[in-house]
Design a protein around this ligand. Structure first.
Ligand code: DC
Length: 224
């Protein structure tokens, strides 16, 4: 069967990763979480105390970063490797979440990440989720899905996810972080979050994961 590129974009915590992962599993495609790459870069900058307002420091730091994914047999997902170190857990921390949108506005960071993402797509058979996959990374993707859901549903989902790891988390902080990231992601100068003209909107506010997957698979079938 013809292999295609599927771009899944949308705001933070809309469930796009869940959908992209499930789609990849169902189709036996490679799943790539592009946000994890921006998170790993941010983690590196924080650890090395890089002043990301200084572009020379950014460029020098990017030269020392290598990003890879490693399949994790235990959970069937791919973990993010930063310079061969598994940083999958650390990149999900609030410390990283608080800075990742800001770091993602930097043109040089985006060029670095986009080049790495495009390389991963050369063989097709890929589902990539992010903010600019359908607009910038793979503008010719055969299928583009733009995932949306109600803001309250998103806060609740994200809170549950973080609470499982850290019960001292506060729902108001989660809400503020989502609002801040929405704002920065949608208003940055370089490839802001927006729906590609040819993307199909999938609102999953009232859908179960299974219903969301079924709706997306229907779209895939139309394309292949
Ligand atoms: O998908 P996520 O919430 O893990 O993404 C983290 C941040 O990375 C998000 O706030 C903005 C940035 N990002 C981006 O700018 N472009 C992408 N394609 C993916 C993520």
């Amino acid at each position: 069967m013809k292999k295609i590129i599927i771009a899944v974009d949308g705001n933070s915590s809309t469930g796009k990763s869940t959908l992209a992962k499930a789609l990849a599993k169902e189709l036996n495609y490679v799943f790539v979480d592009s946000g994890a790459m921006y998170r790993a870069i941010t983690l590196y900058f924080l650890r090395e105390r890089i002043n990301w307002n200084n572009i020379d420091e950014v460029n020098a730091a990017l030269k020392n970063i290598s990003l890879d994914f490693e399949y994790n047999d235990a959970n069937g997902k791919s973990d993010m490797l930063l310079n061969d170190e598994n940083v999958e857990a650390e990149i999900r921390d609030m410390v990283v979440s608080e800075k990742v949108s800001e770091v993602s506005t930097i043109k040089e960071v985006r060029e670095f990440a986009v080049a790495a993402q495009q390389k991963l797509g050369t063989k097709k058979g890929i589902v990539m989720d992010g903010r600019d996959i359908g607009t910038t990374v793979f503008p010719d993707a055969e299928l583009k899905i733009f995932v949306t859901s109600d803001p309250e549903v998103r806060v609740e989902r994200r809170f549950k996810e973080l609470y499982a790891k850290n019960p001292s988390i506060n729902i108001e902080d989660v809400k503020k972080n989502l609002e801040m990231r929405d704002y920065i992601d949608s208003n940055r100068e370089v490839s802001p979050l927006r729906k590609a003209d040819d993307a199909i909107v999938l609102d999953n506010s009232d859908l179960t994961k299974e219903e969301q997957l079924a709706a997306a698979l229907k779209l895939v079938k139309e394309k292949i």
